[in-house]
Design a binder for this molecule. Structure first.
Ligand SMILES: [Zn+2]
Length: 472
């Protein structure tokens, strides 16, 4: 009974962990590595396991740093099931098809084979097996899963696994049973649209994200006020506002906030562009799953007609629609991908607006080292976009409070619900963040370990803390 860390160990992206139980092998996530010059080369490396011997995959959510290498796994002959929450299974096709298109275009430019093709993506989608929240399911002999709402993006899960070896899950003599909880990515508490992360009670081992493990976000109300203030300032300055946003999660939350504060923020004076076919498609999936919304959103949704009520919202589907925005000199609020500005349509908008001091750029999500978004956060005086040198004269704002990730207080609140302080392995965080969270966890009496690739944990040696193993 062994857990081995492969990706998102000591960094944020490339989530992938391997579980070996009773002769079976299960993969938790198979994400893309993002940011840094060596990311494309690292994504192409052979997996440290044989994809054909993996029996099943459980996917925590649809972000590309968690699902982005699934088509590569399939290209390398994986043919087993990929279990994920139902809403996540609706979002994954949007992301993976976009990822394949990007890979193919990039390969054409660089005259080499793409990481994977659209055919690989379609083959991957055929392996998806949607599962419901809060329902036990036996995936393989000795491995039972239950996914719980992680409150991070629509369809995001924390994964609860009950693992049995040498007996059965009812605790037959001689057998070993352990419960592992993998947080996936955890949302903030009390955010718009989504519900709070599920409150767990027991586990023998916790595998936990640590993206903002050493930081506190600004409060939700302050953050919304700050965004309103930025829009007011941009209005006075007579420029545009650019928001590099992830197609899934941030874009929908922004639309929701704009609809909610439409009058108060004088948004009738603005034109709001959602410049991303992927975000438009993801928004339609979002509004199709009202069962996952929190109470306030469910109430407001009564007035939605497919999209939040924004009379001046322009959905830019085609490349021509997107190019037309370049002529707008003021009063445009442009939400465009990619979220870390390391590709996509937002690059064109940054190229046209970064050198204008009257324009504003609002960063609303995590920016991995090596990405253009991170350079903006770090206030570099000049960047390169499409080979062109662009001076950064626009005003840059970072709104941590809009992050899809919980901050240190949220992460500790999530952990604190476990009885008996189960040992924690920290993934999905840069080393400083993971170490910061580890210190806080140790102060609470927990054993906390910051993972590195290749680290193995023998689960059968853990002291069993959870007593509520499922009886089926
Ligand atoms: Zn995520």
């Amino acid at each position: 009974m062994q857990l081995e860390f492969f990706g998102a160990a000591g960094e944020v992206t490339g989530s992938c962990h391997i579980l070996r139980v009773a002769g079976r092998q299960l993969l938790l996530d198979c994400g893309m590595i993002q940011g840094g010059h060596d990311a494309p080369a690292r994504n192409r490396l052979p997996f440290p396991f044989d994809p054909t011997v993996i029996d099943a995959v459980v996917l925590s959510h649809a972000h590309i740093d968690h699902c982005g290498r699934l088509p590569l796994l399939v290209k390398r002959d994986y043919r087993g099931p990929i279990y994920t929450n139902r809403a996540c299974a609706d979002l994954v096709p949007i992301l993976l098809r976009d990822s394949a298109n990007l890979a193919v275009r990039e390969a054409e430019r660089e005259q080499r084979e793409p990481l994977y093709s659209l055919e690989d993506v379609e083959a991957t989608l055929r392996l998806l097996v949607p599962i419901d929240y809060d329902t036990q399911k036996e995936l393989l002999p000795g491995i039972t899963v239950r996914v719980r709402d992680a409150g991070h993006i629509l369809g995001s899960s924390s994964v609860e696994l009950t693992l049995s070896e040498g007996g059965d899950s009812r605790g037959a003599p001689g057998g070993t049973t352990r419960k592992l909880v993998f947080s996936g990515d955890l949302g903030q508490y009390d955010t718009p649209i989504l519900q709070d992360p599920h409150r767990f009670e027991s586990a023998d081992l916790v595998l936990m994200e640590s993206t903002y493990g050493n930081r506190l976000h600004r409060g939700r109300e302050d953050t919304e006020r700050e965004l309103g203030g930025i829009l007011a300032q941009a209005q006075r300055d007579g420029g545009n506002v650019i928001v590099p946003a992830f197609a899934i999660g941030r874009s929908q939350e922004l639309l929701y906030l704009l609809a909610k504060h439409y009058g108060e923020w004088h948004l009738a004076r603005w034109k709001v562009f959602l410049d991303s076919p992927m975000a438009i498609a993801a928004s339609r999936v979002y509004w199709r799953h009202p069962d996952r919304f929190d109470e306030e959103t469910s109430r407001l949704r009564e007035s939605f007609r497919g999209m939040p009520p924004l009379p001046n919202l322009v959905l830019s589907e085609s490349a021509d629609d997107s190019r037309a925005i370049n002529h707008v000199r003021s009063g445009a609020l442009i939400i465009a991908g990619s979220g870390m500005a390391n590709g996509g349509r937002v690059l064109h908008h940054l190229k046209h607006n970064l050198e204008r001091p009257e324009c504003h750029v609002v960063i609303v999500g995590f920016q991995a080292p090596g990405t253009l978004g991170r350079q903006l956060v770090d206030r570099v005086p000049e960047v390169r976009i499409h080979g062109q040198r662009i001076r950064c004269l626009a005003q840059i704002h970072t709104l941590g409070g809009l992050s899809a990730h919980g901050d240190q207080a949220d992460l500790l609140r999530w952990y604190d619900s476990f009885a008996g302080r189960p040992p924690v392995y920290l993934v999905h965080g840069e080393v400083d963040s993971a170490e910061g969270l580890a210190r806080e966890l140790r102060a609470r009496g927990a054993t906390a370990t910051v993972t590195r690739p290749g680290l193995k944990v023998d689960l059968s040696t853990l002291v069993p803390l959870a007593r509520d193993y499922p009886s089926t």
